[in-house]
Design a protein around this ligand. Structure first.
Ligand code: C2O
Ligand code: CU
Length: 549
C-alpha cells in the first residue's frame, strides 16, 4: 500500500533531519535520511496569515539547509545555501505565511549537496490553506480524498545504496513506496503531485487515458479547472489534479502513468537528449523508463466515503496577471554549456552549465533588484537539454513561450518553468515585501546535479527608501562583487556618494585610482589579493578581493 506521510499542523513545526535506514529490498538496510523518520518527512499544513516557527534540528554528521520551496519569505528565512544548519544545531526561522493556498515542499539546498540529500530522503510536502480555497467544494480531507503523491525515480547500487550522478534511475517510488497501490473512493479525489526527482520529467496521465482536471499549479488555484489527459511535471514543480472515480465500478483498477514516449527530445525522461553523437556513458539510453510509458501508482476503486465530493467546480477566482506594460526592468538569463560544442546533458559527464556565463559562487551577487519593482525576465536556453528554472522569493506569471501566450498549465502562478532547448520564456513578477542588502535569494536550474554543479545565481533585493545609515553600516552597505573576480569588479552602494576608488595590491601600492565608476577592470593585473578602497562622503571603506583569472 502507498505510504502516506503524517501531517504536522499548528504554528510551531519541529523537524529533525536524521540519518536512518530503510528496507527497500529484503535483506538490505539502505542508508537513508529523513525528517522525523527514516525517509521523506511529514506533510506540513500551514494556514495563510499564521505566524509560524519552524525548528529544524540537524542530527546528520554533515551540514544541511532547509529551503521552503515556493514561500514568499525574507532571505534569511529562505533556507538557501547561506542559511547553513551545522550538525547538532537547530535553525528556527519565524515568519508570517504570506502565500495563498497551494502545494509547496521543503528540501535541502546546501552548496553542492542538494542531490545527495534529497535522494536519500530529505524532502517533504507542504499544504498551505486559505479561506478562498476553503470556499470551494473541493476534496481536502488528507488521506481520505486528498492525497500527496511524491514521485521519485532512483538508482540503487549493488549493495542497495542510493547512487547519485547517474541516469540509470529506473526505480520508481511514490512517497517512498515501490510498486504502490492506493484505495481510492468512488468519487472525486484530489492528488497533489510533486516531482523531487534528480532530473526526470514525468508526463502524467491515467492508464485508460481518461480526462482529469488540473486545478492548481505551483502557486495556487487556476482561474478554472483545466480538463486534460496529460500533465507534464519537471523537477521542483507541483500540480493538483482532481480525478473523478464516480463512474468507475468498485474493484476497478487503473494506473497513474507517465507517458514519457510523448515527451519531446531534450527533456530528461524522453527517449533522447543532447546530440545523437554524444554518447552518454552513465546509463541514460539503457534506462527502461526513458522514452517509455510506465505505470507509477495503481488505483483500486473502493466504496465512496460519507459526504463525498461528486462534482468538479466550474471556476475559481479569476487570476489577473501583472500587465506587461507595468514592468520597469527587464533581464535576460541565458543558459549555456561551459565549453562551446559540449551540448551534453550533464555536468558530471560533459562539464557544467552556466547562467549568463557564470557558475554559482557563495560570495558573489549576480543580480540586484529593487524592492517593489515589476520586472520581466527572459530565459533563453542555448543548450541541448531542457532545464527547469526556479526562482526564490516570488511567484511569477508566464508572459509567453516563444512569443505564444502560455497554455493553461502555465497560466497560473508559477515558481518553476521548464525551458526546452532553444526556447525563450518570459515571465513577469514583482519583488515585494522583503529586502536585505546582504543576504541573497537564489535562482537556478532545479535539476539537482545542475544546481549542485553551479547552474545557479543569486540576487539581492534592495530597499532604496532606507535612510539614516550610520557609519557603522557603511562597510556593509557597499558591495564589491564578484569575489573572487576574473577581472571586472562591480562596486555598488545604497546611499553613499562615492567620491573615488583606488585599488591597492598586497604591498600597499596603488595600482588604480579613479573617480567613481561602478565597474572597474583588473584583468591586466596579476592574480592575487587586492584591496579596493572606496572613498565616500561618510568615510573610507576597504574591501579585500581575490583576482583569479
Ligand atoms: Cu526547490 Cu532553490 O529550490
Ligand atoms: Cu539544468
Amino acid at each position: 500500500p502507498l505510504f502516506i506521510p503524517d501531517t504536522l499542523s499548528g504554528t510551531i513545526f519541529n523537524l529533525t533531519a536524521q540519518n536512518s535506514t530503510k528496507v527497500f529490498y529484503t535483506g538490505f538496510n539502505t542508508p537513508t535520511h529523513g525528517y522525523n523518520g527514516n525517509f521523506l518527512g511529514p506533510t506540513l499544513i500551514i494556514n495563510n496569515g499564521d505566524s509560524i516557527t519552524l525548528n529544524v534540528t540537524n542530527t546528520l554528521p554533515v551540514p544541511t539547509t532547509v529551503h521552503w520551496h515556493g514561500f514568499h519569505v525574507a532571505p534569511k528565512n529562505d533556507g538557501g545555501p547561506h542559511q547553513i544548519i551545522l550538525p547538532a544545531t537547530t535553525w528556527s526561522p519565524s515568519f508570517r505565511m504570506l502565500n495563498q493556498a497551494s502545494t509547496f515542499w521543503y528540501h535541502p539546498h546546501g552548496e553542492g549537496k542538494t542531490e545527495i540529500q534529497i535522494t536519500r530522503g530529505l524532502a517533504g510536502m507542504i499544504i498551505v490553506r486559505d479561506s478562498a480555497e476553503a470556499s470551494y467544494a473541493l476534496p481536502r480531507k488528507y488521506k481520505v480524498d486528498d492525497f500527496p503523491l511524491i514521485v521519485q525515480s532512483s538508482v540503487f547500487d549493488i549493495l542497495k545504496q542510493f547512487r547519485t550522478g547517474s541516469h540509470a534511475d529506473s526505480i520508481l517510488m511514490v512517497n517512498g513506496t515501490m510498486n504502490p497501490y492506493l484505495q481510492v473512493p468512488k468519487q472525486v479525489v484530489r492528488f497533489r503531485l510533486l516531482n523531487p526527482s534528480a532530473d526526470r520529467t514525468y508526463y502524467f496521465g491515467l492508464s485508460d487515458s481518461s480526462s482529469f482536471h488540473l486545478i492548481a499549479t505551483d502557486g495556487g488555484l487556476l482561474s478554472q479547472p483545466f480538463t486534460t489527459n496529460r500533465i507534464r511535471l519537471s523537477t521542483g514543480e507541483r500540480a493538483e489534479i482532481l480525478v473523478d472515480f464516480g463512474a468507475d465500478t468498485i474493484g476497478q483498477q487503473k494506473y497513474l502513468m507517465s507517458y514519457a514516449s510523448e515527451l519531446p527530445r531534450g527533456i530528461i525522461g524522453a527517449d533522447s537528449v543532447g546530440t545523437s553523437t554524444i554518447v552518454i556513458g552513465d546509463g541514460y539510453y539503457n534506462n527502461p523508463l526513458n522514452g517509455a510509458n510506465f505505470n507509477i501508482l495503481r488505483f483500486d476503486v473502493v466504496a465512496p466515503t460519507a459526504s463525498p465530493v461528486t462534482t468538479i467546480p466550474s471556476s475559481f477566482a479569476p487570476l489577473i496577471p501583472i500587465p506587461t506594460a507595468s514592468a520597469t526592468v527587464t533581464r535576460e538569463i541565458h543558459f549555456s554549456p561551459d565549453t562551446a560544442g559540449q551540448n551534453g546533458i550533464d555536468a558530471f559527464v560533459e562539464g557544467g552549465f552556466f547562467m549568463n556565463n557564470k557558475s554559482f559562487h557563495m560570495d558573489s551577487i549576480n543580480e540586484i533588484v529593487y524592492l517593489n519593482d515589476v520586472e520581466i525576465w527572459t530565459l533563453t536556453n542555448g543548450t541541448m537539454v531542457a532545464h527547469p528554472f526556479h526562482i526564490h522569493d516570488i511567484e511569477f506569471f508566464v508572459v509567453d513561450i516563444n512569443g505564444i501566450p502560455p497554455p493553461p498549465q502555465y497560466s497560473g502562478l508559477k515558481d518553476v518553468i521548464l525551458v526546452k532547448p532553444n526556447d525563450t520564456v518570459r515571465f513577469i513578477t514583482q519583488f515585494k515585501t522583503f529586502a536585505d542588502d546582504s543576504v541573497p535569494y537564489m535562482y537556478h536550474c532545479h535539476l539537482l546535479h545542475h544546481e549542485d554543479e553551479g547552474m545557479m545565481g543569486s540576487f539581492l533585493v534592495i530597499d532604496t527608501s532606507l535612510t539614516g545609515i550610520s557609519e557603522i553600516d557603511l562597510s556593509s552597505t557597499i558591495k564589491v562583487f564578484p569575489n573572487p573576480t576574473s577581472g571586472k569588479i562591480n562596486i555598488f552602494t545604497l546611499k553613499h556618494k562615492i567620491t573615488s576608488i583606488s585599488v591597492l595590491n598586497m604591498m600597499g601600492e596603488t595600482i588604480l585610482n579613479n573617480s567613481f565608476r561602478p565597474v572597474i577592470d583588473l584583468s591586466a593585473a596579476p592574480n592575487g589579493i587586492y584591496f579596493i578602497e572606496v572613498k565616500t562622503e561618510q568615510g573610507i571603506v576597504s574591501k579585500k578581493i581575490v583576482l583569479l583569472k
